[in-house]
Design a protein around this ligand. Sequence first.
Ligand code: ZN
Length: 414
Amino acid sequence: MTGVSDLRINSARLMGDLESLAAIGRASEGGIHRAAFSDAYRQAVDWLIDRMQAAGMETRIDAVGNVIGRMGPADGAVIMTGSHIDTVRNGGPLDGALGVLAGIEVARVLSENKVVLGAPYEVVAFNDEEGAFLSLMGAMALSGTIRDEDLQSAANAEGVRLIDAMRESGLDPDRYHQAAYPAESIAKYLELHIEQGPVLENLDLEIGVVDGIVCQRNIEYTFRGQSNHAGTTPMNMRRDTFRAAAEFVTHSYALLDQGYANESTRMTFGTCAIAPGYSNVIPRETTVRLDNRDLDESSSARLVERVAQIAVETADKYNVEIDINERCTNPAALMDGGLIESLQAVARDLGYSHQVMPSGAGHDAQAMALICKAGMIFVPSRRGLSHHPDEWTAPELLAKGVNVLLQALLRELS
Ligand SMILES: [Zn+2]
């Protein structure tokens, strides 16, 4: 007799779904454009609803455009999985799509094997994860953590407001709070996603069990000095802001080797704006922006505090002013300890190589972790590529990821 622990997903069926969805919004150069509320996105939602219904699920679209498929008993706290089917511009076929289609493949396995569910099972495609208008909008609305002012003020790159895009899609933006699930109505949330980084592939591992999603801080440092002639102004009489900024950046990076970093710490100065920006003029103003990520918020706080001291010291040394502005901060989201254990046990039972690791990218799971126990599974990304048309993972590895999801969900559902 075979038990539920012997159930496996149908890889060919999953790959067929991934291929069909990837064809919606695919541009001639191969990348996928499927931004939230776009025509391609709406087409993908229609296709997805068909697939959910064919898998035996009841479907609905909630007040902010999340697509939800459900099966199992009418009552009880929900066991939920999901991800997103919107993409960045010129995106790939797996980011988000994998997690949603994996959830539907699990539903098909449950249906065809007539597994009796002890709790309702829901698959969610969260709207606008990528933030064409507002990053994680759907997941924040469903978890009841969206801020009214953010929803009201959000707009896309073309200046279209989120609330207008919602109206155009037949959603009433004044009713966004109806998308929120009552407290305790979701028991657990699991999400399968591609790693979007090179770690698993480099270690030749099949599965990543995520222990947390790092916090992200974005801080702007503006040095203000004085423009002057690059030829006539002696070196000791300058107020050169780029020279100060360059030294500031170098000393900040040096902190990584001075006890200010753990394994999850990431530090990136990704922009530098110099004014007036002529080779024969001393820079009057230089702005650099730091992206700092860390699983441990206190470690991030310590680093950012020391970076601020360095900014002040360097500004002082070069006789310039310094302005420090925190632009945005996303808190870290820790995954549930019990689910981390359970996912490791499932990977072990299935004989898949795995390790526990943090996520350096944001995911719908971080919003869900605010209201229920959340867990995440990673599969390797070929060459670490994501948000790119060449984003890919071998079908055998995708199937292993979905089998981990299936077995982990079965432990919760049966
Ligand atoms: Zn994603």
